[in-house]
Design a protein around this ligand. Structure first.
Ligand code: A2P
Length: 270
């Protein structure tokens, strides 16, 4: 009897231009957040910070959503950090994946949260909320980030303390990584705050920029477009408010074809 593997079965129904990959690990952080890793196609290239369309076959239809790649471009596997939405078209199913399951991935990565879209500077800020930390998980593990900047600051703000664990584990692991640990240990700093639970630093990142608590905590001067560069990833409201603060301080928004002092990307959720 000819027994087909799941990937073989899927191959006849998935859309053209789609990789079929396999889940290699899943870790749940809270009832709202989890991370998973999948095999990486040998031909798949991306720049650290880019996103790609990830999907599942739901019945006989593929459902895709944009996901930032959380692993660096040199990694053998691909990592993603996801929200779980009870009735989200994709995430209500995706949150149930197990090691060995098949995941669909479109072939073309894209995005603006890339080193190429920033002009050189001294200090890089990566402002994130919730799953918006995912592209920065890639960028802080890319050696180019440490070649380009003297001081690399990742900020992560979540509603609850447990939601900050992904970023804490990530930074810890990055500082111990055999490839980039040495650079990260010297240059990378993590700043965390929570908004809905007691925590040493409480408040939205926008509030902490405005009242200066962020800079006092890090012992750095306030934001300055002459020396500082920024990447922002979070909800639409967070992007809009953080972008307005940067623009008010003289920062210009950059793009792949026009590098400048900051770049923005939405954390894609549903
Ligand atoms: P808050 O608890 O005050 O809403 P979410 O999980 O809803 O995406 O939120 C992640 C984090 O982003 C929360 O700490 C939330 O704070 C914060 N946040 C929500 N809206 C904004 C905004 N407009 N500017 C800055 N931070 C925000």
């Amino acid at each position: 009897m000819n027994v087909l593997s799941r990937a073989d079965q899927l191959a006849s129904v998935v859309p053209a231009g789609t990789f079929i990959e396999t889940v290699t690990s899943v870790k749940h952080y809270t009832d709202r957040l989890f991370k998973f890793r999948i095999t990486r196609p040998a031909s798949f290239r991306f720049r650290s910070g880019e996103f790609v369309m990830i999907g599942l076959m739901i019945g006989d239809k593929p459902i895709f959503r944009a996901y930032s790649i959380a692993s660096p471009s040199w990694d053998e596997e691909l990592e993603f950090f996801s929200i779980k939405v009870p009735d989200g078209p994709l995430t209500q199913h995706l949150q149930k994946i197990k090691v060995g399951d098949a995941i669909l991935m479109k072939k073309k990565p894209t995005g603006t949260l890339v080193n190429d879209a920033l002009v050189p500077g001294k200090r890089l800020y990566m402002f994130s909320t919730g799953t918006g930390v995912a592209p920065f998980a890639s960028i802080i593990r890319d050696p180019e980030t440490y070649e380009k900047f003297e001081d690399v600051i990742l900020t992560q703000t979540c509603r609850d303390v447990a939601e900050l664990q992904y970023a804490k584990d990530l930074v810890e692991e990055t500082k111990n990584d055999p490839l980039i640990g040495e650079f990260a240990a010297e240059k990378l700093r993590l700043f965390t705050s929570a908004t809905r639970e007691d925590y040493p630093v409480k408040g939205r990142i926008t509030t902490l920029i405005e009242n200066g608590e962020l800079f006092r905590h890090l012992d750095v001067p306030p934001l300055d477009p002459a020396t500082d560069r920024a990447m922002i990833c979070g909800s639409m409201a967070m992007l809009k408010d953080t972008k307005a603060l940067l623009e008010a301080r003289g920062f210009n928004e950059g793009a792949n074809n026009k590098p400048a002092e900051f770049v923005v990307e939405r954390a894609f959720v549903d």
